[in-house]
Design a protein around this ligand. Structure first.
Ligand code: EPU
Length: 357
């Protein structure tokens, strides 16, 4: 394993923002991490784990040592009465893995087709789409502690999954005595492999408006897993930009949750607001609708813009492989302006979904 100096990161983040890593190590397996930790120069250096770069906004050159995860491999590792257990290396491309599971005759991930990024990044933000989240199909993962070099496994409860959230997005907090409370694993753990439990008794997960529309259009009410996969790919291609062509990091903000009283207040003023009642009594609002209602769709700041077909997606209007790309500063200026106008109109502070570096 080689540590490279001054590595351009434009091709390694899906926003295609121009930035450099002072130093970057390609991690092909856990022994590469152990070798780094055994090296006195790198052992105590701060480290930043990079997967497919599909959920980061780079606001400048990255000072910590970048660990680019390239751990490969996909296999069936076991089964239970109800599920096949399938494992993939953290560096595998997520969509290719979904395609592979279908080809193996193990459906269950098809609603999450075409989500950009890697298998290892998927648990970090508990990716989800069209009624299925990673946690619904998760079995366990192996990770390595970047301070001690120890490997460990976590089950779903230990990953503390939430909506686009997990233990990997939270830092350890300092104690009064100067120690650290281990409540989070941000920048502390590198995910090596993820195992999924794919249901033997597969049923399509429907009930999402865009999928219901496909059923009506085609007259197909009992879709196969391959049909679901094809529909999801068609829906996503129609309204989300392909990051290889237009740089972006998917939804830029989380859909906010409000109380029924707050929602009633907004409906009173804006009867068209899009909302979804949740099982716990709270209500999720469509952030894309809130941003759209504030007139942001298609607007730009420098080379950063709001996508014309989905206001929740911020895009790089410049090049994906040249110097005229949007800067991280432009993206964050646009994001802050959106937050301010949504807050002023609806009293809701939108929370960014990507990790800002
Ligand atoms: N809407 C508008 N204007 C817009 C955008 C959306 O009015 O410019 C309305 C739509 O009409 C729709 C509603 O908002 O009624 C919701 O939009 P959509 O169905 O596109 O879904 P979303 O809530 O914006 C979420 C996820 C996506 C996921 C889709 C499908 C989040 C933050 N985003 O988007 O995930 O693909 O549902 O399940 O939860 C991602 O996380 O990066 C991502 C793309």
């Amino acid at each position: 394993m080689l540590v490279q100096k001054n590595v351009a990161l434009q091709a390694f983040n899906t926003f295609h923002i121009v930035a450099k890593a002072g130093a970057l190590a390609r991690i092909a397996d856990e022994s590469d991490v152990q070798a780094l930790l055994a090296d006195p120069h790198w052992a105590s250096e701060p480290k930043f784990v990079l997967g497919g770069g599909s959920n980061v906004v780079l606001t400048g050159d990255v000072k910590p040592l970048v660990l680019k995860v390239e751990i490969m491999g996909r296999k069936l590792v076991g089964e239970t009465a109800k599920a096949f257990i399938v494992e993939a290396g953290a560096g595998e491309n997520w969509h290719d893995f979904v395609v592979w599971t279908l080809a193996q005759g193990s459906p269950g991930l098809e609603n999450m087709a075409l989500i950009p990024g890697t298998v290892g990044a998927a648990p970090v933000q508990n990716i989800g789409a069209y009624g299925v989240e990673l946690q619904d199909r998760f079995d366990s993962l192996d990770a390595i502690d970047l301070q001690t070099g120890e490997t460990f496994s976590l089950n779903a409860a230990q990953c503390a999954f939430g909506y686009r959230d997990s233990i990997f997005k939270h830092s350890s907090l300092p104690n009064q005595d100067g120690g650290y409370r281990p409540i989070g694993l941000k920048n502390r753990a590198l995910i090596l492999r993820v195992r999924f439990a794919l249901p033997k008794a597969w049923k399509p997960v429907l009930g999402y408006a865009d999928l219901d529309r496909k059923m009506l259009e085609t007259g197909c009410s009992q879709p196969s897993a391959q049909q679901m996969f094809d529909w999801v790919c068609e829906i996503r291609r129609a309204k989300l930009p392909d990051p290889a062509v237009i740089g972006n990091a998917g939804s830029f903000f989380k859909n906010p949750t409000v109380t029924p009283e707050q929602c009633a207040d907004i409906i009173g003023r804006d009867p068209k607001v899009v909302y979804y009642p949740l099982a716990d009594g709270s209500i999720k609002l469509a952030a894309g609708w809130l941003i759209d209602a504030c007139g942001w769709r298609g607007k730009t700041v420098g080379q950063a813009g709001v996508y014309g077909k989905q206001a929740l997606v911020l895009v790089n209007r410049g090049s994906v492989d040249g110097p005229d790309a949007a800067t991280g500063g432009e993206v964050m200026t646009l994001a802050k302006a959106i937050q301010t106008s949504v807050y002023e109109r609806f009293g809701i502070l939108l929370e960014p979904e990507p990790i800002v570096v």
